[in-house]
Ligand binder design. Structure first.
Ligand code: PNS
Length: 171
């Protein structure tokens, strides 16, 4: 049984994430979507909500067979060991993603001995990033064709709660 972890902040899950998860599932028997904390980012949604939205989205697009969503409580490599994953799968939209992902892949191999598989996503979705979705939403722009149905109102509601202060972080 081959198992991969697709980790990320998923703040919120986007159509780009779903494209990546679908591609990962085509290569591995099981995919565990790991909703993790990125200490360099200020979150919009709390972790439980990010998990719930990801689960709902997988059902919405018919991707729930062989794919499950869990929260990553600490170090990603510990989570990968716990679920018995052979690999981490991450998506690349372009060179900037590679520059950001390379040190993480090397660190995860260094501390956990786990390999990272990079997958090129659909170029039609290459402009979609959770950080940009948050930014568009914060300033009242349309996000409906960037995120799955359930995430639309959740993001708008979170923005209303938090206000449109972007807080300085990117990604
Ligand atoms: O979607 P993101 O924010 O690019 O994903 C980054 C994430 C959450 C996968 C990364 O920050 C992470 O793995 N966090 C868990 C804690 C950890 O293991 N940190 C060391 C990473 S080398």
């Amino acid at each position: 049984m081959s198992i991969a972890v697709c980790p990320g902040s998923f703040d919120p899950i986007t159509l780009g994430h779903l494209d990546l998860i679908r591609r990962a599932r085509s290569m591995f028997d099981q995919v565990v979507v790991g909703v993790a904390r990125n200490s360099t980012k200020r979150a919009l949604l709390d972790p439980e909500e990010r998990v719930a939205l990801a689960r709902e989205a997988l059902v919405e697009v018919g991707l729930d067979a062989g794919v499950r969503v869990e929260q990553v409580p600490g170090l990603l490599v510990d989570f990968c060991r716990g679920v018995g994953a052979q690999a981490i799968v991450k998506g690349l939209r372009g060179g900037a993603d590679f520059d950001a992902e390379l040190p993480m892949a090397l660190m995860n191999r260094h501390v956990g001995g786990i390999e990272t598989v990079f997958v090129i996503g659909d170029p039609a979705l290459a402009h979609i990033a959770s950080s940009l979705v948050r930014d568009v939403a914060r300033f009242g722009g349309p996000i409906d064709d960037l995120v799955p149905t359930g995430a639309r109102e959740a993001v708008r509601a979170a923005v209303r709660r938090q206000g449109n202060d972007a807080g300085g972080e990117r990604g």
